[in-house]
Ligand binder design. Sequence first.
Ligand code: AMP
Length: 213
Amino acid sequence: MTARPAAHEGGPARHARFLIVGPQGSGKGTQGVVVAKAFGVPQVATGDIFRENVSGGTDLGKRVQAIIEAGDLVPDELTSELVRDRLSQPDAEYGFLLDGYPRNRGQVADLDGFLISRGEQLDAVIELAVPRAESIARLTQRAIEQGRTDDTEEVISNRLAIYERETAPILDDYRARGLVARIDGVGTLAEVTDRIFSSLAVRGLVPAHPGAA
Ligand code: AMP
């Protein structure tokens, strides 16, 4: 087995296991794609996977459709199984960027168990911090542009309330582990991207494919 230098030993990161966490409308989907590409790892967005299943009319899609349309959380068991399956694919061997998972403490425990069973650990949790009013403004705009069925005013406020109640606390747990890179998410796309890469570089996490960004 070839020895892989740890990220803090310098040079490009040999593995990159990231979470990107932020309220809906924080831009984490867009930024997540950029970061995943640069590090050469798959971006895994649970919301996208669920939506694809709903539009494809799969069994999973039928089970989760009403939950997603209400902006509620899909049960942990189902979500964590989906993530474990996805992260067990060969393209996730050296890393992944998870967007939208974990979303509560139960899912954090599920992810911890999965990673421990594989002898892996997270490299960083990217927190995109955006004030509530800014998130609402961006989501309302997206509702107009994309017509997502879970972007109505009532559903948006439900989703943000769930974020504040269930998801924000997981950041405290990850902060206690020294994993959180807190990024100011207000600014242009390029400005926020620069902040993310600078913050990761401080942690010794340098993309192997910076040109891809
Ligand atoms: P998102 O695009 O990440 O906002 O996800 C859209 C919807 O998919 C959410 O409002 C939830 O209904 C569902 N969903 C996505 N990720 C999760 C998760 N980790 N746990 C439970 N439900 C989720």
